[in-house]
Design a protein. Structure first.
Length: 367
């Protein structure tokens, strides 16, 4: 599967799509209310088919005629989302995992609806798409390859609307590679510490835009609630956050494409993000480690690169990469360089860890 994203040109006709997304939000909240009421009375949840049957009956009532605006497939997708969410909730409860049930969403913050094979028609020649009876034009950045399975219409915090096409593809991309393997240790100042010394520095985009965001937040706090000036200030702040997200996303993909073209085996460490977030705070969110790993795995699947994740409890920073001696004193993160008491080699903490990660990953891969 491959997903293509295109932005719709801003137009007054986009108001209809905003209205349809709002309707999807109303349907979502109505279904959540039904679930809560049903569970309170009978002690069990509704299934997806019961919800769909109920919503079909509601379409005949004038008060709920708005449901017809988004089509049956979009309504079915909303019920499927809720069904998956409740199944996950009850599964977590069964395994005593602390979790919260699906809850109501503000209509203005509801983001999308999904259509499958009907309700829309794509014209790639004119870069346009017809949803319902309305035609919209989008900015075409590349050709769509594969059979389109679903179309998702999604809006962001700025009110821009994007089209997401999920396509079924049979062929994976094959890149020419050197056949080399590498180990990477994630860091704050150095994003990826490489076992072969080809490190990748941390860009810290949020930190670069921190002053602008501080001013935008201060400007927003000074505006009267409900005023047009406050709406403008809120949009200005949202644009800054979107800029940072786009910069981070671009950095991730450029880095991953480079790695996929150079290495046949990439070894990384499984991250304990909750503990890292608690210790280092915003820097972890700024670097987007989890998002990077997910993108790396996706690219590896597409290009045939092998990615091996080392267990988080593997003592990569404590082992001497020369003789294998384990130095428990290096648990202290303040120790950045240390000398092995057995062989006398001096190690940089992160470089040593990346070398150990590569060796352990290669051992697992070839075992």
């Amino acid at each position: 599967m491959r997903t293509y994203r295109f932005k719709l040109y801003n137009s007054k006709r986009n108001r209809k799509l905003h209205r349809q997304i709002n309707v999807a939000g109303l349907v979502y909240n109505h279904c959540i209310a039904l679930h809560k009421r049903y569970y309170k009375i009978f002690g069990k949840s509704l299934n997806m088919y019961q919800l769909q049957k109920h919503l079909t009956k509601l379409k005949g009532i004038s008060r709920f005629a708005y449901i017809k605006e988004i089509g049956s497939q979009a309504v079915q997708d909303v019920t499927q989302r809720i069904d998956r969410a409740y199944k996950l909730f009850f599964r977590n409860l069964k395994h005593k995992i602390r979790t919260a049930p699906p809850s109501f969403k503000k209509i203005k913050k509801y983001k999308s609806f999904t259509l499958k094979q009907t309700g829309w028609k794509l014209d790639e020649a004119s870069n346009s798409i017809t949803i319902g009876k309305q035609q919209y034009r989008y900015a075409k950045s590349r050709e769509i390859d594969g059979k389109i399975k679903t179309l998702t219409v999604k809006r962001d915090a700025l009110g821009d609307i994007y089209l997401y096409f999920v396509c079924e593809t049979l062929e994976n991309e094959v890149l020419a590679r050197t056949g080399k393997s590498v180990g990477f240790d994630f860091g704050l100042k150095i994003f990826l510490n490489a076992s072969d010394g080809r490190d990748i520095a941390s860009p810290l985009f949020f930190k670069q835009n921190a002053n602008a965001m501080k001013m935008a937040n201060r400007n927003l706090s000074r505006k009267a609630k409900g005023s047009n000036n406050r709406k403008k200030a809120k949009l200005a702040l949202a644009r800054l956050h979107k800029k940072v997200a786009n910069q981070r996303d671009n950095f991730h993909w450029q880095t991953i494409n480079k790695l996929a073209g150079e290495y046949a085996l990439i070894c990384i460490e499984e991250l304990n993000l909750k503990a890292m977030q608690k210790r280092f705070g915003r820097k972890i969110s700024d670097l987007g480690f989890a998002d990077f790993v997910n993108k790396l795995k996706y690219m590896a699947y597409r290009t045939g690169v092998s990615v091996v994740e080392i267990d988080r409890f593997f003592p990569s920073s404590q082992l001497c990469s020369e003789c294998g001696y384990r130095n428990t004193e290096t648990k202290n993160l303040k120790i950045r360089n240390w000398t092995c008491p057995k062989c006398g080699n001096t190690h940089n903490r992160d470089r040593n860890a990346s070398i150990n990660i590569e060796r352990e990953g290669s051992r697992i891969f070839f075992a």
